[in-house]
Write a protein that binds this ligand. Structure first.
Ligand code: FES
Length: 234
């Protein structure tokens, strides 16, 4: 089949404003958008810029807007989109460095602000810190995050104010807040109860729909809100 791939192009070093270029490519319905981008870069236009690493939905580096919705380019097939006319653009709400490459540093600043690591001041036990299957299950869903930013950059609250810590940071806070081995849950809840924390979430569910790992993000945010309201971690 023939695919018309309309691609956002912007190189701040040379361009005064962004523009779109359309590439016509022969492809199979089972080809991924990443395959087409690779083909264009390798055969038609070497200046096209995008991030990718694993090409298998694990590293999270190729999140982008495809026909108006956030996806990992390596996980979406042409046939999934139901059209041979495809538009590819960078994630919304982030500074464009070049073409599909956005500046991820503010995103990672939000991530770091919620202490996304285990805090436990006790002396390490001789063996492992034991946890029951039920205790592990409590935060299982939020361990799946690959920090692709598809959720945060699909959130209207984040578009309105990029100081909002965003769904991805809350997911990663949730992962430790509800970990029975961790001791900094209250500190994280305090961080997330500030004016740019969880209460910026208006339960719109864009984040849940955008997540390539199918994490129930809005539910996780709701659990963090509940823990703050209760003044305790269940
Ligand atoms: S390239 Fe790693 S998730 Fe797509």
């Amino acid at each position: 089949m023939r695919v018309d791939l309309r691609v956002f192009r912007y190189n701040p070093e040379n361009d005064t404003k962004p523009h779109y270029e359309t590439y016509q490519v022969e492809a199979e319905p089972t080809d991924r958008i990443l395959d087409i981008l690779e083909y264009i870069k390798g055969h038609l236009d070497g200046s096209l810029s995008f991030r990718r690493s694993c090409a298998h939905g694990i590293c999270g580096s190729d999140a982008m807007r495809i026909n108006g919705r956030n996806y990992l380019a390596c996980k979406v097939l042409i046939r999934d989109l139901g059209s041979s006319k495809i538009t590819v653009e960078p994630l919304l709400g982030m500074r464009v460095v070049k073409d599909m490459i956005v500046d991820m540093e503010p995103f990672f600043e939000h991530y770091r602000s919620v202490m996304p690591y285990l805090v436990n001041e006790e002396l390490p036990p001789r063996t492992e810190r034991l946890q029951s299957p039920e205790q592990r299950e409590r935060f299982d869903d939020t361990t799946k995050c690959i920090l692709c930013a598809a959720c945060t950059t699909s959130c209207p609250s984040f578009w309105a104010n990029d100081k909002y810590v965003g769904p991805a940071a809350i997911v990663n806070a949730h992962r430790f807040i509800f970990d029975s081995r961790d001791q900094a849950g209250v500190e994280r809840l305090n961080i997330l109860s500030n004016q740019f924390g969880v209460y910026r979430c208006h339960t719109i569910f864009n984040c849940t729909e955008a997540c390539p790992r199918e994490i129930e993000i809005t539910k996780a945010i709701g659990e963090v809100k509940k823990a703050i309201a209760a003044g305790a971690i269940e």
